[in-house]
Write a protein that binds this ligand. Sequence first.
Ligand code: NAP
Length: 258
Amino acid sequence: MAKKTALVTGASRGIGRGIAIELARAGCNIAINYASNAAAAEEALTLVRAAGGDGVLIKGDVAVAADRERMVAETIARFQRIDLLVNNAGVAPNVRADLLEAGEESFDRLYAINLKGPYFLTQIVAKRMLAQEKDSEGFRGRIVTISSISAYTASINRGDYCVVKAGLGMMTKLFADRLANDGINVYEIRPGIIATDMTGGVKEKYDRLIIEQGITPIRRWGRPEDIGRAVRAIAEDRFPFSTGAVFDVDGGFHLHRL
Ligand code: NAP
């Protein structure tokens, strides 16, 4: 694969780090965005270099317009182009609250970070990609958004999270349609239950659901590299005639079973 540059949001830890490492294995340069955990970001950069890629750290909050602009500018300044945007940064509600009690503060926070941030970051990056020459594979760029099984699964103790993740599904369709004829393919990946800091607080509950009750037909936790490998396949243009496509990387969670 020709050397490509990826901007991965929330790449300091968890799924984003797994994606960055897998892309580095494919030889990509990675702009590693993070919110505040500089030590974790440094560690991610070390792992990216060990995996064969080059990287740059970019601190910035995807919910803040000026930070989004700067993330893109710093990636271009360092690597000249962006071949792949991975909208991965995201947060869970600080407190899970029943649908009839949950407040606006949590909704606004999740909306800003998990939906408005990627929506407008995608807008900026798409415009940059449109101004780029096509690469040797014939693409100006690729865009991947990490949503969730929560895009279609009702969890009544975190409705805010479900609603904004569902919004990412429509965001993917919209940008896929807008950019389809311009050499930019757009994809959505829906991870299942993945072992990261985000799920650390509910580990015992999910251990029971996965291993004892088989909520996922493949009875194991997902790993960040499971998502990383899917993103790598997109980076390597394994799906050149697909756009707006949704990939379920969830151990079969999405299957209706009887
Ligand atoms: P995580 O372990 O909590 O890591 C979150 C990452 O996002 C960190 O790198 C964090 O940076 C960064 N981040 C948080 N807020 C940010 C902001 N405002 N601006 C920029 N970066 C920000 O989470 P994860 O489990 O890897 O989840 C990653 C994505 O996958 C999220 O969108 C999540 O909703 C989705 N997802 C996760 C699961 C799961 O089971 N874990 C399942 C489905 C979907 P710092 O290190 O600086 O805090």
